[in-house]
Design a protein around this ligand. Structure first.
Ligand code: GLA
Length: 450
C-alpha cells in the first residue's frame, strides 16, 4: 500500500471514528474542571427515596451551593426495582421509593437549576445487589438519556471476572462509554472501578473521571484489612474501609495523566458525616481540592453545622480545585515526625502550579503532635528554576480570613523560605503563592524561561 492510499484510508476512516467515540471530555465537553456536586451514598446508603434527593437539591438552593460550583445531584445505588421491565428489558426504578418515576425526579432537579445523575454497575448486579448494566449498556444508556440524566457513576461489582488486564477492563467500560455517547445527550461518565487495572492509564479517552481506590471510610487514618493494598499501582483487591489519609497516599503518584476532562476520583467527601474533627475535614477538603479530585459532597446537606458549611464553601480552596490549569499537586517530600508517646505520623509538602504563574503550597501533618518546620523555596520550587527559588513570594493562608471576611489572609512576602511554620496535630496548611518581585517565572518546559 502506498503512503497516499494509506493516508486516504486514514482520512476516510476519520468521520467513522469520530462517530465511534465514547463519553469523555473530547466528545461530551464535560468536567473540564473537576465535577462538583452531592451523592446519596456516604450518608444515606440504600435508604433513599425521591424525598431524600429532592430535599438535598432544595438545600443546594437554600445554601446557594451552586454559587460555589456544586451542580450535580447524584442518586447512587438502590434506586432500582427488583427487576427490569419484563417486556422491554429497560431499567425500572423502585416504585415505592420513586412513585413518580425517575424522569419526574430529574425534571424537578432541573427545574431547580441543577443537574441530575444516576448509578449503575458494569456487572450483572450492583454492589447493593440490584440489577447491573453489563450487556445492557445500550438500553440503559438510552433510558438514562430519556430520563434526562446528566451523569453516570458506573461501578464494578459482579463483573463476571471481566477484569484483570487493562484491555479487558477498558472494553467493559468502553461499552457503556460508547452507549452513552451514542444517545447524543452529554452525560458525564464517572467510572468507579476502584483503580483496578490502572484506569489512569486506559480510561483517559473513554471517561471523564475514574475512582482510584476502594471506598472511603469516615475515619482520618489507619490501616484496615478490608482496604489491604499499600499502593494502587498493582492492587488486586481495592476493598473498602479506606481511611482518608490512606487515599491521599494512594493518590500521590497518580496525578501524571490527570488533567482537564480526565480526573482521578479520590471518592466522595465525608466532610460533615461526623467521623473526623474540624482540622481533619479541613485536610480532607484541601487535599481533594489540590489533587483535583471531583468534589462530591457525601453528607446530609439538609442538616449541616456551621463548621461543615464553612469548610465546603471555602471558595479560595475550591478555586484551587477549579483552577484552569488542571494540574494535580505533587508531593515534594514526606518525612516521618519524631513523636514520643502518642503515635506517629508524617509531615508532607505538596506543590501545584496554578494559572497565571501562581502556585499552591500545602503542608500536611498527620502526626498526633504539633510540628515546627521551615520550608525553603529551593525545595518548594525545585522544578521551577532558580528565578522562582530566589524570587519574593506573597503567601495567602487559604484557611484564614482577611479583614473583609474573605478566605485568604495575606501572611506577608517572603524570600528564601517560609520560616518557622507551626502546624498542629492533624492540620493542613494551604497557601497560595503569588510572586511579588523578580522576573515573572515560567514553568520549566515552557518556551521562554526568564
Ligand atoms: C461501591 C462504590 C460505592 C457505592 C456502593 C453502592 O462500593 O464504590 O461508592 O457506590 O458501591 O453500592
Amino acid at each position: 500500500m502506498t503512503r497516499n492510499s494509506m493516508l486516504r484510508l486514514a482520512l476516510g476512516a476519520l468521520p467513522l471514528l469520530a462517530g465511534m467515540e465514547g463519553a469523555y471530555a473530547g466528545s461530551n465537553g464535560l468536567a473540564i474542571t473537576p465535577q462538583m456536586g452531592w451523592n446519596t451514598w456516604n450518608h444515606f446508603g440504600c435508604d433513599i427515596s425521591e424525598d431524600t434527593i429532592v430535599s438535598a437539591a432544595q438545600a443546594f438552593v437554600n445554601y446557594n451551593l451552586t454559587q460555589y460550583g456544586y451542580e450535580y445531584i447524584l442518586m447512587d445505588d438502590c434506586w432500582q426495582a427488583p427487576a427490569r421491565d419484563n417486556a422491554t428489558g429497560a431499567p425500572v426504578a423502585d416504585p415505592d421509593k420513586f412513585p413518580n418515576g425517575v424522569k419526574d425526579l430529574s425534571d424537578k432537579i432541573h427545574a431547580m437549576g441543577l443537574k441530575f445523575g444516576i448509578y449503575s454497575s458494569a456487572g450483572t448486579y450492583t454492589c447493593g445487589g440490584k440489577f447491573g448494566s453489563l450487556d445492557y449498556e445500550e438500553i440503559d444508556a438510552q433510558t438514562y438519556a430519556d430520563w434526562g440524566v446528566d451523569y453516570l457513576k458506573y461501578d464494578n461489582c459482579y463483573n463476571q471476572g471481566r477484569a484483570g488486564t487493562p484491555l479487558i477492563s477498558y472494553e467493559r467500560y468502553n461499552n457503556m462509554s460508547m452507549a452513552l455517547n451514542a444517545t447524543g445527550r452529554p452525560i458525564l461518565y464517572s467510572m468507579c472501578n476502584w483503580g483496578e487495572d490502572g484506569p489512569w492509564n486506559f480510561a483517559v479517552t473513554i471517561a471523564n473521571s475514574w475512582r482510584i481506590s476502594g471506598d472511603i471510610f469516615d475515619v482520618y487514618d489507619g490501616y484496615d484489612d478490608r482496604c489491604p493494598c499499600t499502593s494502587m499501582l498493582d492492587c488486586k483487591l481495592a476493598g473498602f474501609h479506606c481511611s482518608m489519609t490512606r487515599i491521599i497516599d494512594f493518590a500521590a503518584p497518580l496525578g501524571q495523566k490527570a488533567g482537564p476532562g480526565k480526573w482521578n476520583d479520590l471518592d466522595m467527601l465525608e466532610v460533615g458525616n461526623g467521623g473526623m474533627s474540624y482540622d481533619e475535614y479541613v485536610t480532607h477538603f484541601s487535599m481533594w481540592s489540590i489533587l483535583k479530585s471531583p468534589l462530591i459532597l457525601g453528607n446530609d446537606v439538609t442538616d449541616m453545622t456551621n463548621d461543615t458549611l464553612e469548610i465546603i464553601t471555602n471558595d479560595a480552596i475550591i478555586a484551587l480545585n477549579q483552577d484552569s490549569s488542571g494540574s494535580p499537586a505533587v508531593r515534594i517530600w514526606k518525612k516521618a515526625t519524631n513523636d514520643t508517646g502518642s503515635g506517629t505520623g508524617d509531615l508532607s509538602l505538596w506543590v501545584g502550579s496554578l494559572a497565571n504563574s501562581e502556585y499552591v503550597i500545602a503542608l500536611m501533618n498527620t502526626s498526633p503532635s504539633s510540628q515546627e518546620v521551615s520550608l525553603s523555596f529551593k525545595e518548594i520550587f525545585g522544578d521551577q528554576g532558580s528565578s522562582a527559588q530566589t524570587a519574593s513570594w506573597t503567601l495567602y493562608d487559604l484557611w484564614q480570613k482577611d479583614s473583609t471576611g474573605a478566605w485568604g489572609l495575606n501572611t506577608g512576602t517572603m524570600q528564601g523560605s517560609i520560616p518557622n511554620v507551626n502546624i498542629g496535630a492533624h492540620q493542613t496548611k494551604v497557601w497560595k503563592a503569588v510572586q511579588a518581585s523578580g522576573s515573572t517565572t515560567k514553568r520549566r518546559g515552557s518556551v521562554v524561561e526568564l
